[in-house]
Write a protein that binds this ligand. Structure first.
Ligand code: SF4
Length: 372
């Protein structure tokens, strides 16, 4: 299990109406943050073996600019060991991806770019509070391709108030016209503390009902699989196995990962830990050479087992029953045989040889599967 590195870049130009991620709009603090990040890297020197993924997420990593991104990548390579074929991903907002910026990121050694398109419908983008238009999203994709990116991912959102299946499928077909290597299609969650969540609670906006949300999910999966994409996780699609996100798969099978930056999470062995969700505190503590860890938990064998099952059933790979028995000392077919046969009859899972896999309907319902 080769570990990966996640770096949380907690800056955005403004907050989108649905966003619950940790980010601030104080771009003036970027230089200090970059220095702190490099100091935090030092705290983990020698702790992990060689890594094979780097993921710059946020927030808006593309706000760092090419110079600071290059500085960060240099510092990572000075501090840690990496395999030659390390997958390096950056999340980018369409508004930041000028031809020059796209070229600089590519030249800095980033091979995979995940563009936060969200929709090709201007009305939907406005409701979400995004800063870009559909035209700017298209220009950003073209700029990424011209810069040399051969691994482009697009993030899209469905289940937005006012959106219907027809307008969503138009967004999907526009996305497909760029033949992206990867697509993430997330269902909008209206978190109570966000501006959109508040508008929902006041009755001002009405999200699609459960039946329509199911239809969004099933149509998305059918349309993308018909176009040759592999539906390899609830929200993720790849244009072939080689384009699946190597980094994100680590989150789903208990591979270790190191998270750096405020609010970043890490995992290793049976321990999970996370940094303070506050940029100022992060900068202040790292400046004093104090670890910015805000909390941690040790997972019991039972928690690891349940989590592994839950995460496995959210992926096309599913659960290897022999491996599961070896790792967690649990023969699922024996202990949960009745339940699994019911799920099989209801077409939620398939069991072939020693493999348990969710069907498309099973993926749709995977959030209820921890009840196992
Ligand atoms: S750009 Fe992304 S991280 Fe920033 S506010 Fe919008 S959704 Fe949140």
């Amino acid at each position: 299990m080769i570990p990966g590195i996640y770096i949380h870049i907690p800056f955005c130009l403004s907050k989108c109406g649905y966003c619950d991620f940790y980010s601030v709009t104080e771009a003036g603090k970027i230089p200090l943050f970059t220095t702190s990040l490099i100091r935090e890297m030092e705290m983990y020197r020698g702790v992990f073996d060689r890594f094979d993924t780097i993921y710059l997420g946020g927030g808006t990593p593309s706000l760092l600019g090419a110079d600071q991104t290059g500085q960060l990548l240099d510092a990572l390579h000075r501090t840690f060991l990496f395999f030659d074929d390390t997958e390096v991903t950056i999340e980018a907002n369409p508004g930041d991806l000028s031809p020059e910026m796209a070229s600089s990121l590519y030249t800095a050694g980033i091979g995979r770019i995940s563009i936060g398109v969200q929709s090709f419908d201007d009305g939907t983008l406005a409701l979400l509070g995004r800063r870009h238009s559909a035209t700017e999203a298209i220009t950003a994709i073209e700029n990424a391709r011209r810069a040399g990116f051969g691994n482009v991912g697009l993030d899209l959102i469905y289940g937005v108030p006012g959106q219907n299946i027809r307008s969503w499928l138009e967004t999907i077909h526009t996305a497909l016209s760029f033949a992206p290597e990867h697509l993430s299609c997330y269902q909008l969650t209206l978190e109570p503390s966000t501006p959109l969540g508040l508008r929902y609670r006041s009755g001002e906006i009405v999200p699609p009902d459960d039946a329509l949300l199911c239809e969004f999910f099933m149509k998305t999966s059918e349309t993308l699989e018909a176009a040759g994409y592999v539906h390899y996780e609830v929200s993720n699609f790849a244009r072939g196995d080689e384009w699946m996100s190597r980094h994100n798969r680590k989150y789903w099978d208990h591979t270790p990962y190191l998270g750096l930056g405020p609010a970043a999470h890490s995992f290793s062995g049976n321990r999970r830990w996370w940094n303070h969700r506050c940029l100022d505190r992060y900068i202040e503590e790292v400046g004093r050479k104090v670890s910015p860890i805000g909390g941690s938990e040790m997972l019991t064998g039972e928690q690891l087992r349940l989590e592994s099952l839950y995460l496995g059933l959210r992926t096309k790979r599913g659960v290897d029953l022999d491996e599961f028995a070896h790792r967690y000392g649990c023969d699922l077919l024996h202990e949960k045989g009745e339940l699994l046969r019911t799920m099989q009859r209801e077409d939620l899972i398939t069991i072939t040889g020693n493999h348990l896999r969710p069907t498309r309907a099973g993926l749709l319902l995977s959030d209820s599967l921890p009840l196992l």
